[in-house]
Design a protein around this ligand. Structure first.
Ligand code: NOJ
Ligand code: CA
Length: 542
């Protein structure tokens, strides 16, 4: 099916962190291949791989030094081809990163661009955004606030400033240059030729700069993304494009075009509001953002997530809400980073199984296609004392053996220490223990993923909110031609009385698809029931 992404469950995997096959302390492609059966058993459909390209790894590979190769830490192009074959055998799709906006300062394009003595300088001179002054585009915000004082950095070799929206070792490419435009299409072609199923387009809002604007979401940027889409449609129809536009709904909607730009965007503003609604035991933040969320062109889909490899971003909330979120979820200063929170899902939710379940209930039923961050299926913890975002990128915890079963290397050689604290340490939290325990979070995740997939209405149906009087209840109806499912989530730590007008469904009998319990049929009076603390029900009407 061409629109497979509407039914898919995505799994975000850091190759570095997943499994080390050769004992050098770093996860690799062969290691990941060895875990594909695990991922198939869990029930995911597509793997989004964090960057695997040659890179100085100063931004974990988002600083690309060669768009066509594989970083030797992770293996070879042959290993990557083997991964594609093995993944496809198991009906798993592979999505790779397309870091369009910037390269590493070690990329040969930048090296040639910065150095007038370089033999290829004439060709690459205008591949980056150079300026004699750092006073251009002053209306542009800084994203990595904790490390970068400016979006301009002076390069002594060239004697000019270069523009960068992220780290100062990540110069932005100059998309006004037609050669740059073509070069990125050739990168796309290269990975399509190898057999990838799609791309996650990193940081797309920042491709062009124009004086007098905030240099985000510019019409020129959309024109280029449409060209990229037209290219993949012509070259390899069905190639999937996912964009990481961390923007308000009215801006992000532009990235779908008329169905002729990208297939999927993450819904960034929804994510913090799921946490806010749980913290306040009130559905209002979710209703407010969904009211601002436009319908999508037919072939398009939202991508939803609770956590990812970055800090939990609070860019898309008001300053008051950000202060609330920081107070509630990041009481220690070290938990904060840039405009966000560097913690994983389970620690954020106090390792409370009920809260983890109800958060996932919303993730899996509210809208779009869900993304699960590696390790969150077992409730892995974090290490806020590691640098930058490294604390949410620690080795996957496979078992209670040395190095959590991640690697045979001496512990001191691992790319990162494993989590080893009393609550989240690998002896307590690991895949082997949870797979051996029917009541574990892992088994719960496996079951709810399967049930979600048995009901395509969750990926494709319409969404309509019910507004029971009790505002601690988030309730909605997902519906398509074949099925109607009512979802109730209790956002509070107390059991709640729910009274809801379901007269539109009079005569129907609700069946909870998670437990198979059949409920009282719906009559002509308000429907009333009690919902457990942080309880949730997915009720199919039959
Ligand atoms: C977004 C990525 O998710 C993040 O990890 C990275 O640092 C920036 N883009 C810059 O590429
Ligand atoms: Ca390795």
């Amino acid at each position: 099916m061409l629109d497979w992404y509407k039914d898919a469950i995505f799994y975000e995997v850091s190759v570095k962190a997943f499994a080390d096959s050769n004992g050098d302390g770093i996860g690799d492609l062969r290691g990941l291949i060895g875990k594909l059966d695990y991922l198939r058993d869990l029930g995911v459909d597509a793997l989004w791989l964090l960057p695997i390209f040659p890179s100085p790894l100063r931004d974990d590979g988002y600083d690309v030094a060669d768009y066509t190769g594989i970083h030797p830490n992770f293996g070879t192009l042959e290993d990557f081809k083997a991964l594609l074959v093995e993944a496809h055998k198991r009906d798993l799709r592979i999505i790779v990163e397309l870091v369009v906006n910037h390269t590493s300062d070690q990329h040969p394009w930048f090296q040639a661009s910065r150095d007038p003595q370089h033999p290829e300088h004439a060709r690459y001179r205008d591949w980056y955004v150079w300026s004699d002054t750092d006073q251009r585009y002053t209306g542009t915000r800084i994203i990595f606030l904790d490390t970068e004082p400016s979006n301009w950095t002076f390069d002594p070799v060239r004697g000019q400033y270069f523009w960068h929206r992220f780290f100062s070792h990540q110069p932005d490419l100059n998309y006004d240059n037609p050669e740059v435009q073509k070069a990125m299409l050739r990168v796309v072609q290269h990975w399509i030729d190898l057999g990838v199923d799609g791309f996650r387009i990193d940081a797309p809002p920042y491709l062009y700069e124009r004086e007098g604007t905030n240099c985000e979401n510019l019409p020129e940027t959309h024109a280029y993304l449409k060209r990229l889409r037209a290219f993949v449609d012509a070259y390899a129809p069905g190639t999937f494009l996912l964009s990481e536009a961390n923007m308000w709904p009215e801006d992000v909607i532009q990235y779908f075009g008329d169905g002729d730009e990208v297939h999927m965007n993450y819904h960034f503003p929804l994510m913090p509001r799921i946490f806010m609604a749980l913290a306040k035991a009130n559905r209002a933040p979710i209703l407010a953002i969904m009211a601002r969320t436009p319908d999508l062109p037919a072939p398009c889909q939202w991508g939803t997530f609770l956590r990812c490899h970055d800090e939990l971003t609070l860019e898309m909330v008001t300053p008051e809400d950000r202060a609330f979120m920081w107070d509630f979820y990041a009481p220690e200063p070290r938990m904060r980073l840039n405009l966000g929170i560097r913690r994983r899902l389970a620690p954020l939710l106090d390792n409370d199984r009920r809260r983890i379940e109800v958060a996932n209930s919303m993730l899996l039923t509210l809208i779009g296609s869900p993304f699960i961050y590696y390790g969150d299926e077992i409730g892995m913890g974090d290490n806020i004392w590691l640098n930058d975002r490294d604390g949410v990128r620690t080795p996957m915890q496979w078992d209670a053996g040395p190095n959590a079963g991640f690697s045979d290397a001496p512990a001191a050689r691992l790319y990162s220490p494993v989590i080893d604290d009393a609550v989240f340490g690998y002896r307590q939290v690991n895949v082997a223990a949870q797979r051996a325990d029917d009541g574990s979070l892992w088994h719960w995740m496996q079951r709810v993923l399967r049930i979600r997939k048995q009901h395509p209405v969750f990926g494709r149906g319409t969404l309509h909110f019910l507004e029971p009087y009790n505002s601690a209840i988030l309730a909605y109806v997902r519906s398509d031609g074949a099925q109607t499912i009512l979802v109730f989530n209790n956002l509070s730590a107390e059991s709640q009385q729910v009274t809801v007008d379901l007269r539109a469904y009079r005569g129907k009998v609700p069946r909870d698809v998670l437990t198979d319990v059949v409920w009282d049929s719906i009559g002509g009076t308000p429907y009333t029931f009690t919902i457990a603390p942080y309880g949730y029900h997915w009720l199919a009407l039959e």
